[in-house]
Design a protein around this ligand. Structure first.
Ligand code: FCB
Length: 491
């Protein structure tokens, strides 16, 4: 008996949902039928390049747990998370999503989405519990197992070396990133990882979000190590972080397999022209270059901007050869894009731009900091390609938390996340259609996880994690993402 059109579609939906791990009961429920109606709206974004890489992203400290397993050393986040007052919901990441023990199941979750790539980070304290010196083979073995599992399931690994979990001994010994010694230790660790894993990992990110680690870790004290340094001290940290990136690029090239590709994963300060006329677009480009002077600008130009150096408060102290190291050639640039940081207008002043203030009524998503501005997803990669002629870009993070209250059947109708993703992906498609060389997109995040000082309370995952039972349940956005990937594969 032939299926009617509707029931054939419904069948396909149920098949897709059961691949996502949904029970037959749930798939046949009103929830599935309302999802079916949603799919009929064709609300997914089509038109990406056929070889576009779709993935998800996580980081070690946020998902792994197992903080004492197999010889792992302490990281600066362990002590920070256990210090009263630092984590808003008083949780910690000792167990988190227990990915260290559940990575096989989690790889199946990636597969069920139809993703072909996964961005994860390597915990430095697992590999070098003391920060340097003797490696801990059992720590590296976890990543060997994870890589083998991913590759066996057709998922390409993209590894980040530093997603903020600095070995505590480096903080104790010489003040972490306040010292050049940490940049050197980072390069040694980077070279070691490249030597041992680049037979399977072909894309390596050095540091995740230099600017957040500098500002929130060493300025406001909201992130580990929780320092509140003076402006000049913080500027020195910024230079050491950039230097660490450059030294790591060189170490990976020296010790990794030929052809290993390397780049940063930056939350570039994103500057959107308030109105898309040539003069405001130009102003937004100038602003992008200036406001990223200590990060992408110096990495891609090999010099700090005149304005950055002229500002006595901002000028770091450095050896001239540092700039050549920091700007070691890259294979790609990763961009974490969440929100427009500024709307820019042209101005008749010395800098050539002005930042328009955000009205209090400007909309935001669940996190107060995450203003809803999908066009950031168009302008950020476009500025990057235009200003610095970058030939390969990955969106290394994009997503939102949602209040995500589960219904009685355990499902989560995270409509705000779907709305957010649909609009941001529309702008990304616009960029690729115009020839901006974005090669892939990693949605943050595969799973609910430990969202730093917001604890377990801010849920960014496509899969809900019940932190009591560790049960993973796909949210409606998981079906949305899967459908998006599928639609673009057949397009
Ligand atoms: C980024 C971080 C990532 C996650 C998202 C929400 O700044 O890189 O670990 O916390 O924000």
């Amino acid at each position: 008996m032939a299926f009617s059109r509707l029931s054939r579609r419904l069948f396909a939906t149920i098949a897709a949902w059961s691949a996502l791990g949904l029970s037959a009961k749930l798939a046949g429920s009103a929830r599935a039928q309302s999802a079916e109606r949603g799919l009929a709206d064709r609300g997914v974004v089509a038109g990406f390049p056929h070889d576009f890489l779709w993935g998800t992203a996580t980081s070690a400290y946020q998902i792994e747990g197992a903080v004492n397993a197999d010889g792992r050393g302490a990281s600066i986040w362990d002590g920070f998370a256990h210090t009263p007052g630092n984590i808003s919901d008083r949780s910690n990441a000792d167990v988190a999503a227990d990915h260290y023990h559940r990575y096989r199941e989690d790889v199946q979750l990636m597969k069920a989405l139809g993703t072909r790539a996964y961005r994860f980070s390597i915990a430095w304290p697992r590999v070098f519990p003391d920060g340097g010196g003797l490696p801990n083979p059992k720590g590296l073995d976890f990543y060997n197992r994870l890589l083998d599992e991913m590759l066996a399931n057709g998922i390409e690994p993209f590894a980040t070396l530093y997603h903020w979990d600095l070995p505590q001994p480096l903080q104790d010994r010489f003040g972490g990133w306040t010292s050049r010694d940490t940049a050197k230790a980072f390069a040694d660790y980077a070279g070691y990882v490249a030597e041992h894993l680049s037979d399977r990992v072909k894309h390596i990110f050095t540091i995740n979000e230099c600017s957040r680690l500098v500002h929130l870790g060493h300025g406001t004290g909201q992130d580990a190590p929780g320092l509140k340094l003076s402006q000049p001290e913080m500027n020195q940290v910024r230079h050491h972080v950039a230097l660490g990136h450059g030294l790591a690029v060189q170490a990976i090239r020296a010790r990794g397999r030929a052809g290993t590709k390397v780049g940063p994963a930056e939350n570039m300060v994103s500057c959107v022209p308030a109105i898309a006329t040539p003069e405001h677009i130009r102003a937004a480009e100038i602003a992008t270059r200036e406001l990223n002077a200590g990060y992408l600008t110096v990495m891609l130009e090999g010099k700090y901007t005149d304005a950055y150096l002229a500002d006595g408060n901002n000028a770091p102290k450095y050896a001239p050869e540092d700039l050549g190291i920091i700007s070691s050639p890259l294979d790609f640039v990763g961009l974490n894009v969440y929100t427009p940081d500024h709307y820019v207008v042209a101005a008749d002043n010395i800098s050539g731009f002005a930042l328009a203030p955000f009205p209090a009524s400007f909309p935001h998503m669940d996190p107060g900091w995450l203003r809803f501005g999908p066009e950031a997803m168009y302008w950020a990669p476009r500025h990057l390609a235009k200003l610095w002629d970058v030939k390969s870009i990955y969106i290394t993070e994009n997503g939102t938390s949602s209040t995500d209250r589960p219904a009685a059947d355990g499902g989560v109708d995270d409509l705000d996340r779907i709305m957010y993703l649909r609009n941001y992906l529309t702008q990304l498609q616009r960029a690729t259609a115009e020839g901006v060389p974005v090669n892939g997109y990693f949605l943050w995040s595969l799973l609910d996880n430990f969202e730093w000082s917001d604890g377990l309370d801010k849920r960014f995952g496509l899969y809900r994690v019940d932190f009591d039972t560790q049960r993973r349940t796909p949210k409606l956005s998981a079906a949305f993402y899967r459908e998006t990937i599928k639609r673009n594969a057949v397009a």
